[in-house]
Design a protein around this ligand. Sequence first.
Ligand SMILES: [Zn+2]
Length: 348
Amino acid sequence: MRCIVADVGGTTLRTACWDTAARALTGVRRVPVRGTGGRDAEHVAEAQKTVVDQLAQEIARVRDSPEGLGATSVGVAFAGPVTADGTVTGAPTVWGGGGAPLPLAGLLTERTGLPVTVVNDTTAAAWRYVTPGGPSFCLFTISSGISNKIYAGDRVLVDDAGHGGELGHLLCDPAPDAPRCDCGGRGHLGALASGRGMLAAARRAARARPEAFAASGLAALCAAGAAPQADDITNRALARAAREGDPFAVAVLRSGLAHLATAVGSVFLGTGVRRHVFVGGFALAVGERFLDVLAEELCRAGCFGLSASEVREMLVLGAPDDDHCLIGMGRLLGSAHGDGNSQSILTK
Ligand SMILES: [Zn+2]
C-alpha cells in the first residue's frame, strides 16, 4: 500500500510517499509553509484557507508523481492540537493565535477524494518509535519549544478533544518575572528547557558572570578574535560547547534539564513508563551528554525505586534527521491498514 504523507510545521511543509511494505519514504519535498510564521493573522480564516489550498496542491503534486501513483490514503501531521475527527483546534506557529476550529481531515478528503487522516505532529512522530507489542514510551521533542506524547496499549494517549502531551506548558518556575512561554504564560517547561529557553539562559548567565563566560569554551566558539558578548551566543555554539564538556555550557544545560527532569520523573512516577525518547535539534546536537546530565538531574530529584544505572537506561536519543513525522505518519497509516482496527488507531 502506498500513502501520501505530509508534515505541516511552523515554517516548513514536508511531503513524501510512504510504502507500507518497504517501510520507506520516497520523494521527500520541503517547501515554506504559506502561514504567518507564528504572527497573529489579521484574518485567520483567510490564513487557514491559504494553508489548506497549499496542502491540497502539494498532495496533488505527490499524487501525480511516479512515487505517488496508486496512493490510497493521505496522512497529515499538523503542528497543533487535533481532535479525534481530524479537526485542528489551534495552530499558533502556523497562523498565530485564534481562529475557528478547522476540520482539516474533512476539507482535504473533499479536495482529494482520498481518505485523509490528520493527527498532531508529535503524535505522528511517536509512531516512528513504536514497536508492535513493545514497551510503552514517552517521546519528547526538544527544539524551539517542548512537546511530548505517551504511547501505551497500542495507542498514543490523546483524548478525543486533542488533549495530552503538553508537558511543555508545565509550570516549573513560579517567579513573576520567569521567562515567557509561546503560550503567553511564564516559567513553563518549554520556556526553560527548550533550545530557545537554554539559549536565553546562556545569555543571562554570560551577563551575570562575564569573567566566567570570557574564560569558557563557549566564548571561544562564539567569536573569532574579538571578545564575545552574551548576544553572540548561538544555539549551535551552546550545543557544541555542552557536548564537548565546557563547564560553563554544561552548567547552563543542567539548569534547564533540572526542569525537564521534573517532567520526565513525573511521567515515570505516575505511569511506570521506563523508555523516554528525545528528538529535536537541540537535544540531538548536544548528544549523549544531554542524556547524561538529564539522568544526573533525575537521580538528584529522585526516581523512586530505580537505581542510577536504571535511570540512565530509560533515556535514549531518536534518529538524527527531520523525518520523524513523515515516517511516523506512514507507520500509523500502515498499522491501521494491517490490523483492521483503523478507526481506533487512526483517530488517536
Ligand atoms: Zn506555555
